[in-house]
Design a protein around this ligand. Structure first.
Ligand code: NDP
Ligand code: OXD
Length: 314
C-alpha cells in the first residue's frame, strides 16, 4: 500500500523523508520513478502533471499540498475520489500577518516615509488617519478571510466581508452573492482578495469592480491586496486602473502566470507591490502531519476533514 507524491515543482526527496517519518506503514513513491500503480491508495499533489493520477485503481483520496485546490481541477482526468485540502493554523496566521502588514503600510503611509527618507526629507505631517477611518473589504469569509477579518478588527480597522452564501459573524458586516457585491464595494477603501480560483471567481477583480470602490476615503484612493489567486484578477484592468487613478495601489502576491515574467509592468509600476506567491507559506512538516492524521481517520472509517466540494470547486 503506498502514498504517491505527485508534484512538478518542489523537492520530492525532502517530502518523501517527511512522509516516511509520519506514515511508517506506507510505501512512499513519487512520479517519475517506477512504482506499482495498483498499490497506490493515497496521492499528495501540488500541481501534478495532467493525467498523472489517472489509472490508480485503489486510489481512495487525493490530498492537496496547499490550501487552494484549483491546481487539481485543472486536470480533466482527476479521479473521482474525495479530495482534502490544507487548513493549518500556521498558514492561516501567516496570511493574516500578510494582510495586516499591507493594510498597516497603507494606513501608516509607510511608502511615503520611505520615499522621504531616500530624499532626506523631514516633513512634520500630523494628518494620519486612524484605523477606524479605513474601510477594509475582504472577499472571502472562509478560513483565511475570517481570521484576517478578526485580526484587522482587533487593530481597529472598519472591516466588512463578502461571500458566496450569506454568513453571520458578530461585529462583521457581511455581504453575499452578486447582489451584495455593489454595496460591499461601495464601503471599501482597501479590497483584500482571499477567494479561491473557481469558474465563478475567474477574472472577478476587473475595472467594473474597481470603479465601484469607495471614493473620498482617507487613503487618497482605493487599494487592492490580492493574496488569493492570480486567475481572479484582470491584470490589464489593474494596470490601466492604476494608471488612471481608479486604483491608488495594488499589492499582488499572485499572478495569472507564475513566476511573474521579468518583462511584466507589475515589477516597475510605482503603484504596485509584488511578492512572490508567499503570503502564506505552507510549513511542510505541518502539512505531512495533517495528511497523516487524515489517513488515520480514513483507516478508522471516519470522514476526511476539510473535504473539498467538487461542485463548488473549493
Ligand atoms: P475557504 O474555502 O475556507 O473560503 C473560501 C471563501 O470564498 C468562502 O467564504 C466562500 O463563500 C468564498 N467564495 C467562494 N466562491 C465565491 C464566489 N463565487 N462568490 C463569493 N464568495 C465566494 O478558503 P480559504 O479561506 O482557506 O482560502 C482561500 C484561498 O486563498 C485559497 O483557495 C487559495 O487560493 C488562497 N491561498 C493563497 C495563499 C498564498 O500564499 N497566496 C496561501 C493559501 C491560500 P462561502 O462562505 O459562501 O462558501
Ligand atoms: C496554497 C498556496 O494554496 O500556497 O496553499 O497558494
Amino acid at each position: 500500500m503506498s502514498l504517491l507524491i505527485a508534484m512538478s515543482q518542489w523537492d520530492v526527496e525532502s517530502w518523501r523523508e517527511r512522509f516516511r517519518r509520519v506514515l511508517p506503514g506506507l510505501d512512499i513513491v513519487a512520479l517519475g520513478e517506477p512504482f506499482d500503480r495498483r498499490a497506490v491508495r493515497y496521492a499528495a499533489s501540488w500541481k501534478h502533471p495532467e493525467g498523472a493520477l489517472a489509472g490508480l485503481p485503489a486510489l481512495e483520496a487525493v490530498f492537496s499540498l496547499g490550501a487552494g485546490v484549483d491546481h487539481l481541477f485543472r486536470d480533466p482526468r482527476l479521479p473521482d475520489v474525495p479530495i482534502a485540502r490544507v487548513v493549518d493554523p500556521d498558514l492561516t496566521s501567516r496570511m493574516s500577518e500578510y494582510v495586516a502588514l499591507h493594510c498597516l503600510i497603507a494606513l501608516r503611509q509607510q511608502r511615503r516615509y520611505d520615499r522621504q527618507q531616500r530624499l532626506a526629507q523631514w516633513i512634520d505631517d500630523r494628518d494620519q488617519p486612524a484605523a477606524r477611518d479605513v474601510r477594509v473589504g475582504i472577499l472571502g469569509m472562509g478560513v483565511l478571510g475570517l481570521d484576517a477579518a478578526g485580526k484587522l478588527m482587533a487593530l481597529g480597522f472598519d472591516v466588512a466581508a463578502w461571500s458566496r452564501t450569506p454568513r453571520q459573524v458578530e461585529g462583521l458586516p457581511s455581504f453575499a452573492g452578486p447582489e451584495g457585491l455593489g454595496p460591499f464595494l461601495a464601503r471599501t477603501d482597501i479590497l483584500v482578495n482571499l477567494l479561491p480560483a473557481t469558474p465563478e471567481t475567474e477574472g472577478l477583480l476587473d475595472r467594473r469592480v474597481f470603479t465601484q470602490l469607495a471614493r473620498g476615503g482617507r487613503l487618497g484612493g482605493p487599494m487592492l491586496i490580492n493574496a488569493g489567486r492570480g486567475a481572479t484578477q484582470n491584470e490589464t484592468d489593474i494596470l490601466a486602473c492604476l494608471d488612471e487613478g481608479v486604483l491608488r495601489h495594488a499589492t499582488l502576491d499572485v499572478f495569472r502566470e507564475e513566476p511573474l515574467d521579468a518583462s511584466s509592468r507589475f515589477w516597475t509600476h510605482p503603484g504596485v507591490t509584488v511578492t512572490p506567491h508567499n503570503a502564506a507559506m505552507s510549513a511542510p512538516d505541518a502539512i505531512c502531519a495533517l495528511i497523516a492524521r487524515q489517513i488515520g481517520r480514513l483507516e478508522r472509517g471516519l470522514p476526511l476533514e476539510h473535504e473539498v466540494d467538487r461542485a463548488r470547486g473549493y
